[in-house]
Design a protein around this ligand. Structure first.
Ligand code: SR1
Ligand code: MG
Length: 407
């Protein structure tokens, strides 16, 4: 039996050749390792004769971004492939198809999405994706509803909670999102000019309390099967199509964590737009596009989730008058809070976003970092008071005005 080993490009070709119904027998395969994420190897394999292609993704037994000193379970490859399959059952057009999973090699073979672009890159080129809000709002509603106690048998759900227990990857989130940015952790990574803001954050008791409340929810709530890392680098897009990839952080957690991740990453791009737009009018327009998209993501999510609940809810008690409204308001508030935590960590913590880090002009980059930090803090501080998605947008516009007046 083959033992686990990191694949070379030629190993990946041998693996791909054994996949049934992908490549013709006379195929001539070429392979490139294209993984630019923090954790895995990703091989792109094409048949030069038929143009058919496949992605082979392999988990490494450590976090690639740090090295072998940070061991990580290979079980995340199983979790990823099973999460993709579960998502495909309710959103078949919104995730790549899984062709095969090999537990020994921690490898998943899946549909190649090279005709799409990583959304983060598209946003940095100020491309607009008119169907994205509808697609991702639907993805969130369907994946979260059908894996929750509202949409599935509650005993079956508990077995799913067990199946998707993901302690190593949750620990990354617990540390990098809810802990390290608020203390002097070795893994933090921020530019020295931000020290004043970092000090303010670490000494803001009201902020730390809200982070503790949100962290508790991440630690203890098993509302639904989350994607777990739904940033714009985990989403492939074209103007017509949206595909969500990379659910290796999947676990049963609070729904607002996924919705907040999408909103946070749109708002991180918002913070960085001065650098990517051609001029200030274009920047203003693109920022409006981003805030409109945040609103649309929530609005579509809410519409679809409520409709699923009403039409396909399995729980009698969930039909209690007023309960749906109470639940949706709590989801909105969680979304705002988690979005804030995800913005702060991308400036102070270990893993950043290209939207901000790739800004060459240091003054513009600093303005983007400060907008992201201010906005993230506002979201965290006010998440328990939010009553509508418009509150998020209002906070964002206020932050930009404030940043202009102080810089
Ligand atoms: C050590 S992994 C760092 C980050 O990359 C992933 O995409 C997650 O966001 C994680 O927090
Ligand atoms: Mg990832």
């Amino acid at each position: 039996m083959t033992q686990y080993h990191p694949l070379s490009e030629s190993d990946a070709i041998s693996f791909a050749k054994c996949l049934s119904n992908i490549f013709p027998s006379d195929s001539e395969l070429v392979c490139h390792e294209i993984g630019d994420g923090n954790l895995n190897l990703v091989f792109h394999i094409t048949d030069t004769k038929s143009d058919k292609s496949v992605i082979i993704k392999q988990a490494l037994p450590y976090a690639k971004v740090v090295g072998e000193s940070w061991p990580l379970t290979l079980d995340r490859a199983r979790i990823e492939s099973e999460a993709l399959i579960a998502q495909a059952q309710v959103c078949p057009t919104l995730v790549p198809e899984v062709y095969a999973y090999d537990p020994t090699l921690a490898v998943t073979a899946m549909e190649d999405l090279s005709d799409h672009v990583i959304m983060r890159k598209g946003l940095m080129q100020t491309v607009r994706y008119p169907l994205f809000g509808e697609h991702i709002g639907t993805f969130l509603a369907r994946t979260l509803f059908y894996s929750s106690d509202l949409g599935m048998n509650q005993q079956d759900k508990k077995r799913q909670v067990d199946n998707f227990i993901n302690p190593d990857l949750c620990k990354i989130t617990e540390d990098l999102i809810f802990d390290h940015p608020y203390t002097d952790a070795d893994t933090n990574n921020y530019e020295p000019h931000l020290q004043d803001e970092v000090d303010l954050i670490r000494n803001n008791e009201a902020l730390l309390l809200e982070v503790a409340i949100l962290r508790e929810k991440f630690l203890t709530s098993s509302q639904a099967l989350l994607h777990g890392d739904l940033h714009t680098g985990s989403i492939f897009v074209t103007p017509e199509s949206t595909k969500v990839i990379d659910p290796e952080f999947a676990y049963y957690g609070p729904m607002g964590f996924d919705i907040g991740a999408v909103c946070a990453n749109l708002m991180l791009n918002f913070a960085a737009q001065e650098a990517w737009s051609a001029d200030s009018d274009a920047c203003k327009n693109y920022r409006s596009y981003l805030t409109d998209t945040v609103k649309e993501v929530w609005t579509v999510f809410e519409r679809e989730f409520r409709a699923l609940w009403t039409e396909h809810g399995v729980d009698r008690i969930a039909r209690t008058t007023g309960y749906q409204d109470h639940y949706m308001l709590q989801l909105l508030r969680d979304t705002v809070g988690f979005a804030g935590c995800k913005m702060v960590r991308r400036v102070i913590g270990l893993a950043h976003v290209a939207d901000i880090d790739q800004i060459e002009n240091s003054e513009v980059r600093e303005r983007a970092q400060r907008i992201a930090l201010h906005l993230g803090q506002q979201f965290i501080l006010h998440h328990r008071e939010a009553n509508s998605i418009d509150d998020i947008v209002e906070l964002a516009l206020k932050c930009v005005i404030l940043e202009k007046t102080v810089s």
